[in-house]
Design a protein around this ligand. Structure first.
Ligand SMILES: C[S@@+](CC[C@H](N)C(=O)[O-])C[C@H]1O[C@@H](n2cnc3c(N)ncnc32)[C@H](O)[C@@H]1O
Length: 280
């Protein structure tokens, strides 16, 4: 198969996914594992997803996700009445996403397209996004396939060039006066020092004409870190990391972007009225 055939934008229709001969609907159609275990990658946090859409994406708005991976961001978008287009290189992941969405979602149904997001201007040319939202490969921390177009297979300088192209293309498809959110975590290079992926992401957005507007820390599950961290710390002084960075960028005017997103429910502590405390 040629590279261009591999990256050709083939839509896998929901009808196709629904119509597949799936003997057991709880099994992933690709791996035949239970759906919960089928994803070869980490699962995106659905609560973070709900907050991101509620706070930063207009109701009924269009979400563009250039590194879709699993189905979570698409399914939560649908449940919250947002339209969603996810692009990913891996056709088998897209198929699995459609099968899951067919079981869970009603209108607006999420859509996934297969292709290399460096060609997002072609793959998503019909899209005017109200929110760019993704979780990119953290360099080569998880390698998703052996496709040479998969940026997780690239060395860091090549990764960064491709990554910056994809950020620029996604931002070009974002309407003015809207937000974008990337969830990223830094990774270490071969000498043990950090690559600086978070700063590189901010620089890529700045070069695409957006500005960093919010940063929030996602505290990730500690898991087996306490077991691993002690040895690692005593032999190398590396601290164990249990967080990822949620970077929110602004395209255009903050007031207009906020207005477009509509009202959000903010709970004030008992006895404190809205507006009673001056913002810092
Ligand atoms: C971080 S993963 C997504 C997994 C993530 N934990 C999640 O579900 O949100 C990033 C995805 O980027 C995809 N990817 C890598 N290079 C790509 C490219 N050039 N174009 C489109 N997708 C790409 C991989 O196939 C992978 O599914």
């Amino acid at each position: 198969m040629t590279a261009s055939e591999k990256t050709e934008n083939t839509r896998v229709s929901l009808t196709y996914a629904k119509g597949r001969n799936i003997n057991d609907p709880d099994l992933d159609p690709v791996s035949r594992k239970p759906l919960e275990q089928a994803s070869g990658t980490s699962i995106f946090d659905p609560v973070l997803c709900e907050l991101a859409y509620t706070w930063f994406c207009p109701k009924g708005g269009m979400v563009l996700d250039p590194f879709a991976g699993g189905s979570v961001r698409g399914i939560v978008a649908s449940k919250l009445g947002r339209r969603y287009l996810g692009v990913d290189l891996r056709a088998e992941q897209i198929e699995a996403n459609y099968v899951q969405a067919a079981r869970i979602c009603a209108e607006p149904l999420p859509e996934w397209r297969q292709g290399d997001s460096r060609e997002l201007d072609r793959i998503a040319e019909d899209v005017e996004a109200d929110f760019v939202f993704t979780c990119p490969p953290y360099a080569d921390l998880e390698v998703y396939s052996d496709d040479p177009a998969d940026i997780s297979t690239m060395d860091y300088p090549e990764f960064l060039a491709a990554y910056r192209t994809i950020v620029a293309r996604a931002c070009a498809l974002l309407r003015d006066d809207r937000f974008a959110m990337y969830v990223v975590g830094d990774v270490r290079g071969p000498d043990g020092t950090y690559r600086n992926l978070v700063s590189d992401t901010i620089a890529a957005f700045h070069d695409a004409g957006l500005r960093l507007y919010n940063e929030a820390i996602l505290v990730t599950s500690v898991g087996s870190l306490p077991i691993r961290a002690g040895k690692q710390f005593s032999t190398s002084r590396k601290l164990g990391k249990t967080h990822q960075n949620c970077l929110v960028f602004l395209k255009g005017d903050a007031k207009k972007a906020t207005l477009a997103c509509g009202e959000v429910e903010v709970a004030f502590p008992e006895g404190i009225e809205e507006g009673a405390v001056e913002p810092a």
